[in-house]
Design a protein around this ligand. Structure first.
Ligand code: NAP
Length: 300
């Protein structure tokens, strides 16, 4: 069965739009997300554009700050400081990757934790590890929401995650090993040094794939009846397509689909949920500012 990220993200967005209507009806301004885009990488442009468009559709305000590829790190940090100090803005994301001359760690640390709706600031990452209320990185948060809304049993299951990035694999492993629902999995976190990867993936009740290699996971690597979550998005050249490329996941969908109980498509799966989670975090940031109370989000 397909885990339909488009359908579920549309549901989430409709709920958020209703929350915004109520916020505004109570005399508050709507949530405001700012995004900084450095350079003009095609994929980054697409991601930022769809985040901004999603904001508009559900009644959020948004600001897109475009900086040239050659911007200095100091100039970028100054922009971040300006948004940090702007009381009219609730959430700030800096689209990654950044040009090589800019230190990503210094940049993510500069976004104040209260506006860090991507959940990349080390303070928010630390809170996530401790199970405290915080902004959870959008992709793993979106996956948790998808598992939840499809009522997929996770307790006692063996979850294998491929990829240990700070934004996907590592927080994913953390969230699913927690004593919570979804959660309570026994988690194996695999990476490029894992020996005999297939021996692990074949044991997975839930297989989460985030390594960035198109169609890497084949049917022989998957257990019958597994839940497969495909995070990967790779542009693969295709001259028959008007854009010149097609998007591929990390899972060979055509041959894996018939073997599993649930699977996410690419596109229309995790990517959609990532945007929905970012919007959830932005509303949370807004509510925190309205009430000065730290709301707990659903994966806290
Ligand atoms: P990343 O930073 O590129 O890291 C890739 C991870 O995969 C690393 O931990 C690496 O291991 C591991 N890896 C690489 N080759 C491997 C192999 N042959 N066997 C096992 N592990 C291997 O990852 P990311 O930023 O999480 O991105 C992963 C993919 O997800 C990309 O396609 C990206 O575009 C996509 N993505 C999608 C969304 C979405 O919203 N759908 C969001 C974020 C990312 P080492 O640590 O040992 O190098």
């Amino acid at each position: 069965m397909l885990l339909d990220g488009k359908k579920i993200s549309d549901e989430v967005k409709a709920e958020l739009a209703e929350d915004v209507r109520q916020l505004v009806a109570n005399g508050h301004r709507p949530p405001h997300l700012a995004a900084i885009l450095v350079g003009s990488d095609g994929a980054s442009e697409t991601y930022v554009a769809s985040k901004v468009k999603s904001c508009e559709k559900i009644g959020y305000s948004s600001t897109l700050v475009r900086l040239s590829e050659n911007v200095t790190e100091q100039e970028l940090l100054k922009e971040i400081d300006a948004i940090n100090n702007n009381a009219e803005i609730d959430g700030l994301i800096v689209q990654l990757p950044l040009p090589k001359h800019i230190n990503e760690q210094r940049v993510t640390e500069r976004v104040v934790p209260e506006k860090d709706v991507d959940g990349f600031n080390p303070i928010n990452v630390g809170k996530l590890v401790l199970g405290l209320p915080t902004f959870v990185s959008a992709t793993p948060m979106g996956i948790i929401e998808l598992l939840k809304r499809y009522n997929i049993e996770t307790s006692g299951k063996h979850c294998v995650v491929i990829g240990r990035s700070n934004i996907v694999g590592t927080p994913m492993a953390n969230l699913l090993s927690r004593n919570s629902n979804p959660g309570n999995c026994t988690v194996t976190l695999c990476h490029s040094r894992t020996k005999n990867l297939e021996a692990f993936t074949k044991q997975a009740d839930i297989l989460i794939v985030a390594l960035g290699k198109a169609e890497f996971v084949t049917a022989n690597m998957v257990k019958e009846g597994a839940v497969v979550i495909d995070v990967g998005i790779t542009r693969v050249e295709d001259s028959t397509n008007s854009r010149g490329y097609v998007l591929k996941g990390d899972v060979k969908f055509d041959e894996v689909e018939s073997k599993c109980s649930y699977i996410t498509p690419v596109p229309g799966g995790v990517g959609r949920m990532t945007i929905a989670a970012l919007l959830q975090n932005t509303l949370l940031a807004r509510k925190n500012r309205v009430t000065h109370i730290k709301y707990q989000n659903h994966v806290s």
